[in-house]
Design a binder for this molecule. Sequence first.
Ligand code: NDP
Length: 480
Amino acid sequence: MLKLSNYINGEKVPPLSGLYMDNFEPATGKVYSLIPDSDDQDVAGAVISAQKAFPSWSSLSNEERGEWLMKIADKIEEQMDLFAEAESKDNGKPVTLARQMDIPRAIANFRFFAQAITQFSSESHHMQGVGLNYTLRQPLGVVGCISPWNLPLYLLTWKIAPALAAGNTVIAKPSEVTPYTAFLLSEICTAIDFPAGVLNFVHGLGPKVGEAICVHREIKAISFTGGTATGRRIASVAAPMFKKLSLELGGKNPNIIFADCDYKTMLQTTVRSSFTNQGQICLCGSRIFVERPLYEKFKTDFVEKVLELKMGDPSDEKTKSGAIVSESHMNKILSYIKLAQDEGGHVLAGGERKHLSGRCEYGWFIQPTVIEGLPFNCRTNQEEIFGPVVTIMPFDTEEEVLAYANSTDYGLSATIWTQNLNRAHRLAEKLESGIVWINCWLVRDLRTPFGGVKNSGVGREGGMDALHFFTEAKNVCLRY
Ligand code: NDP
């Protein structure tokens, strides 16, 4: 059986404990590889190698570091099919989605930050007749990057690319549920002779490896994407040590649809924004609010389109809806569907585990599920489910839907569908959300600030925000 290894100091190494864990293929429910069950000793070794590598890596010019990132991007692109198939097998997502979204966006992350660092500049503040301040932006040293399982390579590279570009050395911990593409990335580093110790992957469990990264004194910053409860735990450990923290957490995103919208585009996009990646994207809209005059038509058409989504083996090019990432997550989603029914919700589509035949007989599949008849403030509409489950609700006025949309503890993204742009901008200003899409969804410009408010996170990733996070500002004041 395939045994993954850690990547420390430029070498593939086994965990010091010699222990491994099972890695499952969600589509079959079977173990297909073993991953290191690393611990704090492996993290300690990785930090020593990252510290050793820091002086030379941080003294390279921005252009030289950018060239290294470009080499990584080119190599991933050369192996697009290998990466897409690996991501699909490990996560359960349709291989076409991995090929069209996850892997191209991972490549784009490296290319974007390879170029962005060459445009990075710092501020100066002139004090007339007195002197001059200028700001140095220096890398932090060794930083920790911890990422989730839903967009494994995409979200990992979204962190490590800016961290490396800015001159830091990195200890990365991919989700133990989806470690495979990070392992392939370490093989690319070996193939291109990437400088040893600059990028280290330590595989293993969050409470062991993730926690060891957060408590290590020499790790200066933690960039984390994952659930809100884990983010809270990380903050409680890292904040008292005064580490820099970037926390990208959960969401319960509203999708607000007015009767005057461009109906066809809205309908197509709403199917995508509800069920892409089996609804396991932090930006998926899980609460759909529809203006009352459009509600019945929307309900009929939406349910019809959802029932057309082809569920199946993720490796099949025609599959639109793949497997849920793990058995425990599948059970969590199913328990929320049950809760929705207990709360009085009426299931219009889906609602159950799906048993496929053949290779995927024991896979973890849930039908795309649409529920109506629930109040905005019930648990189903307040808690993050993070699966192929959406609720639909009618509304009458702008004020009412704004109150519904802002009613949760979360504030990651929101979508508004209307041709009335005055209304769209008015709402965009008032929505408690880090990201607002008007008449579109998941359109991403990597220069823009990315992140949430309330329990959806602290800090912003993307563009110059990421480069600011991964550098420390030092003001130098000169008197004439
Ligand atoms: P988790 O919070 O369970 O895990 C995220 C990462 O943190 C994993 O690598 C995990 O390791 C690790 N981890 C777990 N416990 C600790 C700990 N005590 N200290 C340090 N690291 C730890 O999230 P999921 O992987 O389940 O991802 C789904 C969540 O991510 C959803 O809530 C979703 O909304 C959110 N998310 C947010 C995004 C955003 O940009 N705001 C984007 C994508 C997802 P292990 O896998 O071993 O448990």
